[in-house]
Design a binder for this molecule. Structure first.
Ligand SMILES: O=C(O)[C@H](O)COP(=O)(O)O
Ligand SMILES: [Mg+2]
Length: 420
């Protein structure tokens, strides 16, 4: 195969039009020149195949992607590619990813390929709803103005009967947790059926709301086949829930786009868990960045999404998470800002540093760091809430612990990372 065909997709003097979609890739060529490798990416992700063709229809000629930037970066190269919008179906993130994150990842001409970011022009973006509530809407319905929201996953992550789960929920909400959250693999089982749980838990929520005067919500995990998710979302809305949780990576863009429509009609916010993302976000040389994943999720319209903690148990460095969170909270045409969720290995002693790093527009989830409290879930919930409120008010946790025995015990068990 002649290399020239691929080079037809490279024009380093080209200035992309305002109506083109730009994608940034990192790649390492495998036995071919960087120009050829970049040209192959542009070809395969737009109109091309492995060989020259007897004829190109007019529209195909106008739809050829163009590599307009190519620079060395570490062991590989950064390429920026401009894609005419004729390549993309309006309002289908599924189709977009089939093109820009599809066959290209498996090509022999590349040792590694990473989709770093993509920039949809307004003409493309306007077909997406974005979040129904976003940060402002969630703060409004939760009635929480100026502190991070607190969330807890009952741990162990599996094994609770509905009765046991309801008791724990009561303790957690009463202790000061705003959002009870199911775990990513906790859906519906013979010992804890979704339908039963949904009926029970919202009554517990109503009771705690009446007792505390605070708004409490439940991030109930509806993840499953899409018809099941739809039925579950309807049940949640009927029972007076405000949120559903979806494992958006395992469910996929198609299911998420569908559920975004369903939740619009039902008035439900979407909590996006990212289980499985690290299969393709973690290797810094290959896959898709968490940034690109979060951008796509924001376009479709999740209201909050897990992005990492920097100080907890999951991989993900501070700069990367900060960049994602800043993007989620930024103004972006008609697409509302999204709440970043910090979750994984958090406990009260980490709150001042976490809030110093990422600010107050955050949902903070601690599962083990609440449920592992020596005096149980209610004390764990109180310790977390006290730590967050102290951090927001600029009070040192050791000082706060003098008036909060729950926080004192939490710091004794898990330690205190003094903010830098
Ligand atoms: O789904 C999550 O984010 C985890 O359940 C986090 O749990 P942990 O707070 O116990 O690490
Ligand atoms: Mg979990």
């Amino acid at each position: 195969m002649k290399v020239e065909w691929y080079l037809d997709f490279v024009d380093l003097d080209y200035t992309p039009g305002r109506d083109e979609l730009i994608v940034e890739y990192y790649f390492e060529p495998n036995g071919v020149s960087p120009e050829e490798a970049a040209g192959r990416i542009a070809s395969e992700s737009s109109i091309g195949t492995w060989t020259t063709l007897w004829k190109l229809p007019e529209m195909a000629k106008r739809s050829m992607a163009k590599v307009f930037y190519l620079e060395k970066s570490g062991e590989g190269y950064i390429a920026k590619i401009a894609y005419p919008l004729t390549l993309f179906e309006e309002g289908s993130l599924v189709q977009l990813f089939s093109a820009i994150a599809g066959n290209v990842f498996g090509m022999k001409a590349l040792k590694n390929l990473r989709l770093l970011d993509f920039h949809p022009p307004y003409e493309y973006l306007r077909h997406f709803r974005g979040p129904q509530y976003g940060v402002k809407g969630i703060r409004e319905f939760m009635g929480i103005k100026d502190r991070p929201l607190t969330a807890t996953v009952p741990k162990p992550k599996m094994g609770w009967s509905v009765e046991e789960y309801a008791e724990i929920a009561y303790e957690l909400w009463s202790g000061g947790i705003d959002l009870l959250k199911d775990d990513e693999n906790f859906t519906s089982f013979p010992f804890n059926r979704f339908e039963e749980r949904v009926r029970k838990l919202y009554r517990v929520r109503d009771r705690v709301e009446a007792e505390t005067g605070e708004t409490k919500e439940y991030l109930i995990n509806i993840t499953g086949p899409v018809d099941v998710m739809e039925r579950r979302a309807e049940l949640v809305a009927n029972e007076g829930g405000q949120y559903v949780m979806i494992d958006i990576v395992v469910a996929g863009w198609s299911a998420l786009q569908y559920m975004r429509e369903v939740t619009e009609d039902l008035g439900l916010a979407i909590h996006a868990h990212r289980a499985m993302h690290a299969a393709f976000t973690r290797n810094p040389k290959h896959g898709i960045t968490m940034f690109a994943l979060a951008k796509a999720a924001r376009m479709i319209g999740v209201d909050q999404i897990h992005t990492g903690t920097a100080v907890g148990k999951m991989a993900g460095d501070y700069e990367e998470i900060k960049r994602i969170n800043d993007f989620l909270l930024s103004k972006w045409e008609h697409i509302r800002p999204v709440f970043p969720v910090a979750s994984g290995g958090l406990h009260p002693g980490l709150m001042p540093e976490l809030i110093r790093l990422f600010g107050k527009d955050l949902v903070i989830q601690a599962g083990g760091g609440v449920m592992g409290h020596p005096d149980g879930p209610k004390s764990g919930a109180k310790a977390l809430r006290d730590a967050i409120e102290a951090a927001v008010d600029g009070i040192d946790l050791e000082e706060k612990a003098k008036s909060s025995p729950e926080l004192k015990k939490a710091l004794e068990k898990w330690g205190y990372l003094k903010p830098k």
